[in-house]
Design a protein around this ligand. Structure first.
Ligand code: PAD
Ligand code: ZN
Length: 365
């Protein structure tokens, strides 16, 4: 049986998405049909859509990787989900492979298996790909159960859809990947949907100096509301940014994060990490082909450089607890959702992101 639904299709690099009726293949072995209730607009989709992301994609495709919804049907072999379950889409965690069995990282081997490499959607007789093996810019989707985390039913869909990537990546980058500890000093470059959540994660860890840096002065107030102790508007700062940050952190931060995707900023983030032990975590996705210039001596001096995908979080096993934290009020997503819109307004939503407006926009169905 095929499933009919409405989806936003990106036919060509950078061209506006088109809202169309499509048909989904029924869930096969290990797959699940989900009714999407909310889908977030993440900056990563913009890079893929505009064709400069190293993540890459085959067109035509249904973009969107942030989503939350309700399980409608499970295919053969799915044992951990049933119709009616509330789920969040996330990077795969098959819980079977060597990587999932190790205690290290969140790179399930299924990430590299090419699921989603075959088109699974039909629009007007033409086959269409599901972006990242999910494709949340559609009222329904079919994906593997490894990409779905079951969470409590009282959590609002719009907020938990943001936990599908952006918010979790930020909070996880601070708590799980960098392991910020109480009393630490932290500098976050870029205060968008990701950076503001790194600030929340650092505050949850008990960091006592949390500096947010952005070229948009409007981001400062929200950063301070969410736990930053200082905001640096680098668009008006006179003099050397790194020198200013080293002064603010008395010689360098214990933890720095780049959440823009700008290699110059990544270099500054490394230079702002404290000599001896400062850890610089790269979260921003730089355009494909760009290279980071690192002086080996900066590393010899004890600074550490690392990157993170999805904040080091394993979706299936760790998202339920993160949703509990949300419902306990340990962090705030309500203030960060600045626009809700129907799927038909998705192009306008991304126009707003290009202009730097708002924080997180959510498509609601
Ligand atoms: P966003 O557009 O919401 O925020 C970007 C922020 O950076 C904005 O506030 C800008 O004003 C600010 N900015 C731009 N240039 C500068 C600059 N030179 N100095 C300081 N601030 C600047 O994007 P986002 O928060 O959704 O995403 C940020 C990056 O993180 C982006 O590259 C995205 O692709 C990446 C990302 N990575 C992962 C991962 O798993 N590693 C997950 C999700 C997103
Ligand atoms: Zn796995």
């Amino acid at each position: 049986m095929t499933i009919r639904t409405e989806a936003a299709i990106a036919y060509e690099v950078g061209r506006p998405m088109v809202i169309e009726q499509v048909e989904l293949d029924a869930p096969g072995e290990g797959e699940v049909l989900v009714e999407v209730k909310a889908a977030g607009l993440c900056h990563t989709d913009l890079g893929v859509w505009e064709g400069h992301s190293p993540i890459g994609a085959t067109f035509p495709l249904v973009l969107g990787h942030e989503g939350a919804g309700i399980v409608l049907e499970t295919g053969p072999g799915v044992t951990d989900l049933e119709p009616g379950d509330h789920v969040i889409t996330f990077a795969p965690e098959c819980q079977l492979c060597g990587a999932c069995h190790s205690t290290k990282g969140n790179f399930c081997e299924a990430v590299l298996s090419g699921y989603g490499a075959e088109p699974s959607i039909t629009a007007g007789g033409r086959r269409v790909f599901a972006g990242y093996g999910v494709g949340t810019f559609a009222n329904h989707l079919v994906t593997t159960s490894s990409r779905l985390a079951r969470v409590r039913k009282d959590a609002p869909f719009d907020e938990i859809s943001y936990l599908s990537c952006g918010a979790t990546t930020g909070i996880g980058a601070a708590l799980i990947e960098a392991k910020v500890e109480a009393g630490a000093s932290v500098v976050v470059f870029g205060l968008g949907g990701i950076g503001l959540n790194i600030i929340q994660g650092a505050r949850m860890a008990g960091a006592t100096t949390i500096v947010g840096v952005d070229i948009n002065p409007q981001k400062g107030a929200m950063a301070l509301q969410l736990g930053a102790t200082h905001f640096v508007d680098s668009s008006t700062l006179e003099g050397d940014l790194v020198g200013h940050l080293l002064e603010l952190t008395r010689g360098g931060a214990d933890y720095t994060f780049e959440a823009v995707g700008n290699i110059r900023l990544m270099e500054q983030a490394l230079a702002t990490a404290r000599i001896g032990w400062g850890v610089c975590t790269i979260v921003g996705v730089a355009p494909s082909g760009e290279k980071l210039g690192v002086l080996p001596f900066d590393l010899i001096m004890g600074r550490k450089l690392q990157g993170t995908a999805m904040g080091g979080v394993r979706g299936k096993s760790q998202l339920p607890e993160i949703v509990d934290w949300l419902m306990e009020g340990r962090f705030d997503l309500k203030s960060l959702i600045t626009a809700r819109m129907p799927l038909s307004a998705i192009n306008e939503g991304y126009d707003g992101m290009r202009r730097g407006e708002g924080l997180r926009s959510i498509i609601t169905f």
